[in-house]
Design a protein around this ligand. Structure first.
Ligand SMILES: *Cc1c(COP(=O)(O)O)cnc(C)c1O
Length: 459
């Protein structure tokens, strides 16, 4: 007898639905032109399936919504803050908590505290807001991710790993005194949601401890990373996601968190540290940028929803279904021969635009072009992760990233398997007529994080 496979399935049922607007090709053409061919500038009303981001787009549970009603909207010492603090300590294992309005609020405060002018910040691939705050604080980001991460076809299971030789070379070159911390991300977003292994984290801890360098964890998608460790790393198959998350965090000194991802809320974030001195300074600084240290720019109800969301996010069945849906979409695309980044990551599918549109040079924005074409075909909204997102260096030159990708990010608990089918079919249709597609030129470029507001025209 053949063994019948056990499919992933949602560990929840649907209680309320949001109706979507269906559009015609003519309507989509007009909407896209109006948006300057930048999917960030489309009105969400004109979008059918929105895969722009998994940030703040998750569906909250009935328990989280019930928690919103328990919001204690006191200016200081809200009971929801203490609940959140207790959950962060228990689930994540960090000692001190500073809530912030979202992840970049925490990045701003942390960068200002730990970075001095001229410092070097090594990290496993940059993230847009993280690197910008490091630069604004006077630091220079240095990429120390393993080379495999820059190769869309390499199937190494832990492409988020840090290359210890690259880190050691930086310590040799600049001295440990110039390196306040290593900026380590789990589920490396810009590499396609690629995980870092526990083994690599242990090595990182050993090397940084020797030199007195801190490890700051961008833990935005730590639970998704934990799932890959559970599935692929020797010795973790029988450990729970909760145990693995806690072990990951134990090799780090503090974390910045965008709770809009893993933690299943629409807004929120925090800074968490183990070091009292850093906490003291952060508690003081948060008042300037976010709000008092017991709310950090959030309403009491937001902190309550976050506390409940964190607990739900480390549930094994939740994560299996979450990543299962992403893998389902990726495999469907592969059946149509579409070039995607492998292995499939935790929060979305990344289509390789250089291979999809090899006749369009990077200066003519292949990924931006492909995202526009997919919207035109079906109303599915994706985003560019390539030369537009990479931006310019301090000296004004463009970064030319090796990876030129279109990101299909899947919101948590929002879409169904039938939606995944519709998405894959749409990309397959665009793939069929790929040779007719022409590139674009940028006609407006904002100074910071240009991908959000840049405007384009078809060539
Ligand atoms: C989203 C994100 C951030 C920034 O968080 P915001 O909540 O958007 O400010 C930082 N790091 C990573 C990896 C992210 O995905």
């Amino acid at each position: 007898m053949t063994t019948i496979k056990q499919s992933w399935a949602e560990p929840y049922k649907i209680k309320m639905v949001e109706l979507l607007k269906m559009t015609t090709p003519e309507q989509r053409n007009a909407a896209l032109k109006e948006a300057g061919y930048n999917t960030f500038l489309l009105k969400s009303e004109d979008v059918y399936i929105d895969l722009l981001t998994d940030s703040g787009t998750s569906a909250m549970s009935d328990r989280q919504w019930a928690g919103m009603m328990l919001g204690d909207e006191a200016y200081a010492g809200s009971r929801n803050f203490y609940h959140l603090e207790q959950v962060v300590q228990e689930v994540y294992g960090y000692k001190y908590l500073i809530p912030t309005h979202q992840g970049r609020g925490a990045e701003n405060i942390l960068s200002k505290i730990l970075i001095k002018e001229g410092d070097i910040i090594p990290g496993n691939m940059y993230f847009t807001t993280t690197r910008l705050h490091q630069e604004l604080a006077g630091g220079t980001f240095e990429d120390i991710i393993i080379d495999e991460a820059h190769d869309a076809e390499n199937e190494f299971p832990f492409k988020g790993n840090i290359d210890m030789n690259k880190l050691e070379a930086l310590i040799q070159k600049y001295g440990a005194g110039k390196i306040p911390y290593v900026s380590m991300a789990t589920s490396v977003n810009m590499a396609g949601g690629q995980p870092i292994s526990m083994q690599n984290l242990k090595e990182l801890r050993a090397l940084t401890s020797k030199h007195g360098i801190k490890v700051i964890h961008d833990m935005t998608r730590v639970a998704e990373n934990a799932y890959f460790i559970q599935q692929k790393e020797a010795g973790y198959a029988n450990k729970s996601i909760k145990e693995i998350v806690k072990e990951i965090n134990s090799y780090t000194d503090g974390a910045t968190m965008s709770a809009k991802k893993d933690a299943l809320v629409n807004i929120g974030g925090f800074l968490a540290v183990n070091d009292w001195d850093v906490f003291e300074e952060a508690r003081n600084m948060v008042v300037v940028y976010e709000g008092l240290h017991t709310y950090g720019g959030l309403a009491g109800r937001d902190m309550e929803a976050m506390a409940i969301g964190i607990t739900e996010s480390v549930n094994d069945d939740h994560i299996r279904a979450r990543v299962g849906q992403v893998i389902y979409l990726g495999e469907k695309m592969m059946e149509y021969g579409i070039p995607i980044v492998l292995p499939i990551g935790g929060h979305g599918i990344f289509v390789d635009a250089k291979k999809f549109l090899p006749h369009i040079s990077q200066d003519q924005f292949p990924a931006q072009t492909l995202a526009a074409e997919i919207y035109l075909d079906s109303g599915v909204r994706t985003m560019e992760r390539g030369i537009v997102s990479a931006g310019r260096k301090a000296n004004g030159e463009n970064y030319y990233p090796k990876l030129e990708l279109v990101r299909f990010t899947i919101p948590r608990r929002v879409y169904t398997q039938a939606h995944m089918d519709v998405i894959a079919e749409s990309v397959a249709r665009v793939y069929q007529r790929r040779n007719e597609i022409k590139g674009m030129k940028m006609v407006y470029e904002p100074k910071y994080l240009r991908f959000f507001q840049a405007l384009f025209e078809k060539i």
